[in-house]
Design a binder for this molecule. Structure first.
Ligand code: SF4
Length: 338
């Protein structure tokens, strides 16, 4: 184990059975997450990007055991020992849930409209028997202050707040139990662009002050570039590339990453790249194509790509790893953005 890692995900799989007929026999599987491995260092933000439906959120939910993985390990390293969350019995998971929390995409539906802010933010404290009464109220006031909200409003209901303020309430709730690790699932996608930067800056400030570790899931590469130390790119249930953010954006090694980057809006006209339009739809995870799953849409496809699945291997250095799953990665020169 690398001593700096907080979390190591190894060969994670999540298959959803497809049932058919009167007897509901299993006729196949949707391979939402298919043999994915990565690790997250303590205090870093790992961005996870890919098109909608590629399995990003399923990975986040498997790590938190909101979904039970089909196979694989999810090791959480603490100071004294390591725990495989993927295999843990439900009752043994309960104390760990405090260490790992989630911030959801939609602050409009993730907050109960019938609960006050005090009840929403204080609920995890109450349920985990961490505080009650005046002490709980003081802690909620402190949490609201931490996320830039005034504690006078703690008796108001969510409808009285804007989208950005609601997301701050969600963040305060997630932080209430002093987690080490947060899965941020598209936390700014439902917000106006002007508010997005404020929430991203808040997340970065909280990370610095509270030594938090983030898995930041998004389909928006500009957002991921802003907040991530490293970025993993996902396509149809598999990771296809993983590298330091600057390296991945300036020198991508996978044609899918190149296509995603070509669609990122850039203000400087001299820096703009020609947009690569991907033909067809993303592959169906219940019957993916043979070989490289990306081959029907890849403009560099060669015969080997149709028959052999590329390994996810490190083409960088030991100090600056750059993982990619592409047969032609060493011979292609792909366009990135600075
Ligand atoms: Fe494209 Fe072949 Fe690389 Fe797949 S393995 S991304 S089809 S070049």
């Amino acid at each position: 184990m690398h001593r700096d890692y907080l979390l190591e995900v190894k060969n994670l799989k999540k298959y959803f059975p497809i049932r058919q007929g009167l007897l509901r026999r299993v006729a196949g599987n949707v391979k939402a997450v298919d043999d994915v491995s990565f690790a997250i260092r303590s205090g870093e933000t790992l961005g996870l990007v890919g098109e909608s439906g590629c399995g990003k959120t399923t990975i986040g939910r498997c790590i938190l055991r909101a979904l039970d993985p089909t196979a694989g390990t999810v090791l959480l390293h603490t100071n004294s020992h390591s725990i495989d969350i993927a295999q843990l019995e439900t009752r043994k998971l309960r104390p760990l849930r405090k260490d790992m929390q989630m911030i959801f995409q939609d602050p409009y539906s993730s907050l109960n409209p019938r609960m006050t802010v005090l009840e929403i933010v204080g609920e995890p404290l109450r349920v985990n028997k961490l505080s009650k009464g005046d002490e709980l109220e003081d802690r909620v006031a402190e949490l609201l202050h931490l996320v830039g909200l005034r504690s006078e409003y703690m008796n108001n209901y969510p409808h009285a707040f804007s989208g950005g303020q609601r997301q701050r309430i969600s963040i305060a709730r997630a932080l209430s139990v002093n987690p080490k690790f947060l899965v941020c699932d598209e936390p700014v996608s439902a917000l106006d662009v002007s508010i997005q930067a404020q929430i991203l800056n808040l997340l970065q400030e909280l990370q610095r002050n509270l030594k938090l570790t983030y898995l930041f899931i998004s389909h928006d590469l500009s957002v991921v570039q802003h907040i991530s130390d490293r970025v993993a790119v996902m396509y149809v249930g598999k990771l296809v590339e993983l590298a330091e953010t600057d390296e991945l954006f300036s020198s991508p090694l996978h044609p899918y990453t190149e296509a995603l980057l070509s669609a990122v809006p850039i203000a400087d006209p001299d820096m703009r790249t020609r947009r690569i339009r991907l033909g067809g739809e993303a592959a169906d995870p219940s019957s993916p194509p043979s070989g490289c799953y990306f081959h029907p849409r890849c403009r560099y496809v060669e015969n080997i790509c149709r028959h052999e699945t590329p390994e996810f291997e490190n083409l960088g250095s030991p100090n600056q790893p750059h993982y990619v799953a592409c047969h032609l990665a060493e011979k292609l020169t792909l366009g990135g953005i600075a």
